[in-house]
Structures are given as C-alpha cells and as structure tokens.
Design a protein around this ligand. Sequence first.
Ligand code: A3P
Length: 320
Amino acid sequence: PKLEELPLAMEKTFQTVAQHTCSWSKGMLTLYNYQGFWNIEDFHDGALLAQQSFKAQPSDVYICSHPKTGTTWLKALAFAVVTQEKFNESTSPLLTTVPHECVPYLEKDLEQIEENHKNSSFPLVSTHLPYAYLPKSIIASNCKIVYIHRNIKDVIVSYYCCLCKLLNIPVEDAPFEMAFDEFCQGISWCGPYWDHILGYWKASQERPDRILFLKYEDMKRDTTTNVKRLAEFIGHPFSIEEEQAGVIQNIVKLCSFENLSNLEVNKSGKHRPETCTPVENRIYFRKAKDGDWKNYFTDEMIEKIDKLIDEKLSGTGLDL
Ligand code: A3P
C-alpha cells in the first residue's frame, strides 16, 4: 500500500500520538511520540507504514542506529563490503552517491527496498527505529542486525548541530542548553537515547549470533579489525588473498571521513532532491571528532549527563 492509502491522519489524531514542538528550535522542530519514543514527522509516518506492511526477508541485514551515531559511515562500510566483488575503490557508487542513497532507509525508502527484494540479492536496509518498534517480520525472519552506538555527549552535540543546519536555524538563535535539557528529558529524535541503546543491547545479549553491537569510538580506533568483524558477520568474509591484496585497507580508505567528506557529491550534492525535503549531503559530514562535546558542555551539564547515564545504564554491562 501507498502512504496516502493508509489512515495516517486518523492514526495521528486518535491513537494518542503526542506532539512536542522543541523549545530551542524556534518552533521549527515538532516531534511525535509513538508508544514512548519520539520521531520526526516523515520518519514517524514511514515507520507506521513499515510496521503495517513490511515483509522482511531472512537474508536482509539491518543497519540500525540512533541518529548521529555514525550511521553514514557504517552504511558506507557495509555497502563497500557487500559489493566488494562487483566494485573496487575506483568504481564504487560511493564515489558518486551519498551512502544514504546506497543503503535505503526502512522509514523512507520502502519502495526501493521492495524493489531490491524482487530484483536483486542486495541485503542492506537501514533504520533508526528502536528495537521494540522494528516490524515484527524482521524479528520473525531472524534477520541479522548491526547496531552502532556512540558517546552520548558527542551524539548530543552532533544532533544539535545537524538539526540547526537541517532546519536552517542560526546556532545563535537555538540555545544549546535548551536542546541539551530536552535531550536529557528523552525528548529528541529517536529519544530517549538510553532506551534506544538498551533495547538493542539486551537483544544482542539474547541473540549474539544475530545482532552485532558496534561502538563508533572503537571503530575509529581500529577500523580494520571492525570491518573484518562486520564482513564476517554480514556473511561476506574476506579471503586470505583479498586481505593480502589490501582489500580491507582500500575499503577503510574509501569510507574514511577524509575521503567521503571531500567527494564532490558529498560537498555539493543533495539527498532526495526530487522531494519537498531535500537534504544537503554535506550535513551528514561535520567534524567526526571524538570529544567535540568539550567545546559545548559546561561543568553542570557534564555532571547532569553523567548522573543520568549512570542512573539509566549502569549495571547493564554496556561498555559506553
Ligand atoms: P559529528 O557531527 O560529530 O561530526 P550519522 O551518520 O549517524 O548522522 O552520524 C553523523 C556523525 O558521523 C557526524 O559526527 C559525522 O561527521 C560523522 N561521520 C560521517 N561520516 C563519517 C565517516 N566516514 N567516518 C567517521 N565519522 C563520520
């Protein structure tokens, strides 16, 4: 079914979907709460559609993440891995296409995913949905899932900077403290962050063979080892000959921040240019630095977020 055919307006009106307009956004950002987590409008609509109609295939591999945790990078790496036999570092579509177009979003690109199911063996699908809200067929089909998480302080800064750019709000007009406070209340795109991460963490503990749990900072520290893990998990391991020929290093280099962020397509191109909400690709690439939060957080904020994370996630065994 097409989005227009579903009773989404009714759904929004009658299914107690709470709305919240973020105070720091000058009225530009409205979030929708669906069964406890917040989403932006088009991802919310797409998520409902996917939940109602999406049929996963057992060979699908889901790239799952909270926004701003390294989704773009993980999509690029996973794409390069699954297409390694078809393309190399000078022919890869990643050189001319933003990674988000190479790996479709469940909430936005349902037709493309269904097309892939019919006409190709391309397995990758990405989503920002929390584990509990994944369409049931993904779990029932026992699909593999790769989840990435990142230091919450860097996520908050990345999220704030990204949304200011997306919504065209000058940072002077969007107080960081207010965005921070709302994030700490769990009111943010795909928030609460701790529930998002915990859902996938618990699932990965229960089904470690189906859910690979990655950390952005670890991937930066040792990209090669993590790309090998990723490739093995996805079912596209590198042969000894490929390793010796430097295939992993080539993928790491192709998908590096330095390389991707300097490509013409990612400097001046647009994602979904034909829609009413095109996104400039350069928004997906900012600094990619660990610890940029130190330029934004006051001592009070550090104390507040550390306490909150301790409250929400200590004792879970998560390596944050
Ligand atoms: P910063 O805002 O801290 O720079 P997402 O892809 O989930 O939206 O996450 C965006 C973050 O990942 C941004 O962080 C962005 O700069 C960083 N990023 C984008 N491409 C990357 C890459 N190839 N390698 C490492 N980090 C990358």
